[in-house]
Write a protein that binds this ligand. Structure first.
Ligand code: 5GP
Length: 243
């Protein structure tokens, strides 16, 4: 079923958000664009949007079933979903189970070092400022979250991390880290944006090979095959868990 798209409200690096006939619902369309290093590297690969859509739709549904409130309402086609309209909070909340990426550059961690307990950190979402790291006091001073909401976001992120880490373990993958974003609906904090291979690091448990955007970022191989493999594993898991 193809949905009639309304006015384009927002065009992100990999998703476009459209108005729908309902004031409190939006249409999120996962495009084939891929970018890295704040847009310095960019490409388009036919079908990439469908992989990230498939992963996001599955994870939102899976998290809802595990008690996490998300903006996901329903799939419309193979790259579009209807979501609740949220007032987005301009924070990128990052959970890490192993050291990789920016924290290895900034701090004396060894690549792959296990972080137990997991490390949660937050960046202020602002491309022009280069998404700078932000701490709890700054978040409250900027009125982005109240102290109670801060605690809620942290606890929810840890819960999401537990759910997703356990899931990926079943798939033979390590959830190294991921980035999520939250918004408010009727004053309640709700998970928004996407959860996909663009926004997480996934390593094979045996070989430590990447199955995520790092394959594209660092030219480690064919990232489309890596994304396809993750979706294939998700689909195999779904097939084996059908009631
Ligand atoms: P790092 O801080 O190491 O660059 O990123 C940590 C994790 O968050 C990685 O899984 C990375 O893909 C994700 N991440 C960080 N910033 C962004 C961003 O702006 N967009 C997306 N999609 N993911 C991000």
């Amino acid at each position: 079923m193809k949905m009639q798209t309304g006015e384009l409200l927002y065009k992100g690096k990999a998703k476009s958000i459209y108005r729908t006939e309902k004031d409190d619902e939006l249409l999120a369309v996962f495009r084939d664009d891929i970018t890295a290093f704040n847009g310095e590297k960019k490409d388009e690969f036919a079908g990439k949007g469908e992989y990230n859509f498939a992963a996001s739709a599955f994870f939102f549904d899976f998290l809802e079933k595990n008690g996490v409130k998300t903006h996901y309402l329903r799939a419309v086609d193979e790259r579009s979903m209807v979501v609740s309209k949220l007032d987005m909070i301009p924070l990128e909340v990052i959970a890490r189970n192993r050291a990789a990426g920016s924290i290895v550059k900034k701090f004396p961690f060894k690549e792959g070092q296990i972080l137990n307990p997991p490390v949660i950190s937050t960046d202020y979402k602002d491309d022009e400022r280069g998404d700078p790291p932000i701490n709890d006091d700054l978040v409250v001073a900027l009125c982005l979250l109240t102290p109670d909401e801060l605690m809620n976001v942290r606890e929810t992120t840890l819960k999401i991390n537990r759910i997703l880490s356990d899931f990926f373990e079943e798939l033979g993958l390590i959830l190294v880290d991921f980035k999520i974003e939250f918004g408010r609906k009727d004053g309640i904090i709700v998970l928004g944006d996407e959860i996909s291979m663009d926004s997480m690091r996934l390593w094979d448990r045996e070989t430590m090979e990447s199955f995520d955007k790092d394959v594209y970022r660092y030219d480690k191989g064919d990232f489309m095959s890596a994304y396809a493999r993750v979706v294939e594993k998700i689909n195999q898991w779904k097939d084996s868990h059908m009631e």
